[in-house]
Design a protein around this ligand. Sequence first.
Ligand SMILES: Cc1cc2nc3c(=O)[nH]c(=O)nc-3n(C[C@H](O)[C@H](O)[C@H](O)COP(=O)(O)OP(=O)(O)OC[C@H]3O[C@@H](n4cnc5c(N)ncnc54)[C@H](O)[C@@H]3O)c2cc1C
Length: 550
Amino acid sequence: MPKPVIVSLDDDPEVLSSVERDLRARYGQDYRIVPLDAGLVALAYLKKLEQRNETVALFLVDQRMPEMSGTEFLAEAIKMYPQAKRVLLTAYADTKAAIDSINDLGLDYYLMKPWHPPQEKLYPVLNELLDDWKAHVRLPYDGIRVAGTLWSLACHEVKDFLTRHQIPYQWLDIERDSAAQALVTDVSPETKLPVIFFPDGTQLIEPSLQGLADKVGLQTRAQLPFYDLVVIGSGPAGLAAAVYAGSEGYKCVLLEKAAPGGQAGSSPKIENYLGFPTGISGDDLTRRAVSQAKRFGVEILSAQEAAHVVVKDPYRIVQLKDGSEISCHAVLIATGASFHTLNMPGARTLTGAGIYYGAAYTEAMNYQDQHVFVVGGANSAAQGALYLSRFASRVTVLIRGPEAAASKYLVDAMYANPKIEILLNTDLLEVSGTNTLEQITIKDTNSNEIRACDAKAMFVFIGVRPQSQIVAELVSCNDKGYILTGADTRVDGKPPRSWTLERDPLLLETSIPGIFAAGDVRHGTNHRVASAVGEGAIGYALIKEYLKAL
Ligand SMILES: Cc1cc2nc3c(=O)[nH]c(=O)nc-3n(C[C@H](O)[C@H](O)[C@H](O)COP(=O)(O)OP(=O)(O)OC[C@H]3O[C@@H](n4cnc5c(N)ncnc54)[C@H](O)[C@@H]3O)c2cc1C
């Protein structure tokens, strides 16, 4: 946290340096002393401080200055720093202005020039004011601040990216906070959102996730020209494979388009993973796995989306969405699955503006004491509802079927939670809202009753589909898009036509040699964290076999 600032302002260079010397001698250790010689210069400087989220403890300001008087300066300065103490340096003739400003500006003190000796005339006054300031000040947050609105998808994506990367930030809602609005207007006059303020005083306006990843120091580029193994997707399957590959000395790079942890990373509490009897949050599990992988030398590239995998025997080439390529011997597709999106008018435009897919973790706090909805009845929906109930005043869960499909311990917890209401046999028919979600229409499929409900936020957890598009035209998939591996690739009892080797595909090998699949993207998996981890580990063991045979 940078030191709080004491601003001294005087147009007379001699007085200014004398004040500076006295202030530095007594307060230099705990405060940054900033001498400035003109009101407008000082106001511009305060704006910069504000953008860096630095705080001002005290203004010590000369009253008589040519372009702007001390009181005129203070009137502007305290709009930015209302908590700062205000002291006017006056000549005898200015005492009326000083007395007037006690009321008008909440002036804390006026000091008559000269103030020497400072031990008698200056320090006792300032000590008292600074003690008072310290006792009451709410120090500003000194990390990353994200300013935007709740109805912007770009803002939601940035918040989600930071949350999922476990990078702390402060959210500034410019519709509720006029100071945040002013900060944004200063740097983004066209109000492009979000604006991200960094502690070094720089900003990013409506950045790409890759730009943001670069800025916060995440690795986004591969360091080597060639790898033994490229793992695509850093959910539990990809992370497990990477940890084993790294631990055995293979050159391994892991690509992640969003944030490490995959679906598991968005789980508030995983209660059925072996070895964690009281459960473990998805971000905790992810943090541990990521540091384990890094410790073994695995490169993890953030905000890097694989677009295609190409075979140039004996090599496999992963083409990234940004146009770059990574070459390797073997590829593990661990791209998991993603939630179905709502297929109804308005849902797309309201995504990130009240409709969220699985993002309970990121957005829950924004709906403190409000009524929110959850759509879906499986484990992820139940976990989402339970997590949201810690913040929201009421959580209504809409379930299409006659009962919740989640595990018993989650269903029991939902029914025992007084804030959660479960509506079974309920279809979501419509969503509506101008800038943000305002209303949803639901139907009780038993009684056929249709009703509209006011809704500020709805968290959707309906079904999942495999994220196999990047290899959909290369390897064999089933009719739902899940990747076939091992014996499942056989056609009429024979290896597929794309298969070029004498041996059969290994257990988790796809219809193309050297391309493997593990976890939720694979046909036959059972959509659990432990299964994904297990498949990642087995996948690696089979890849090792493949690499040894090269
Ligand atoms: C909210 C929620 C709660 C859950 N709770 C539990 C639980 O309590 N217990 C349990 O056992 N299971 C739970 N599950 C299921 C479990 O999380 C999944 O089965 C598991 O995460 C699957 O792991 P995976 O590695 O196969 O894929 P995912 O976890 O889906 O990870 C795949 C990763 O690949 C990335 N990716 C996709 N395409 C690309 C691309 N082209 N380029 C780069 N990266 C890409 C994705 O961004 C993602 O990070 C939960 C799931 C959810 C959503």
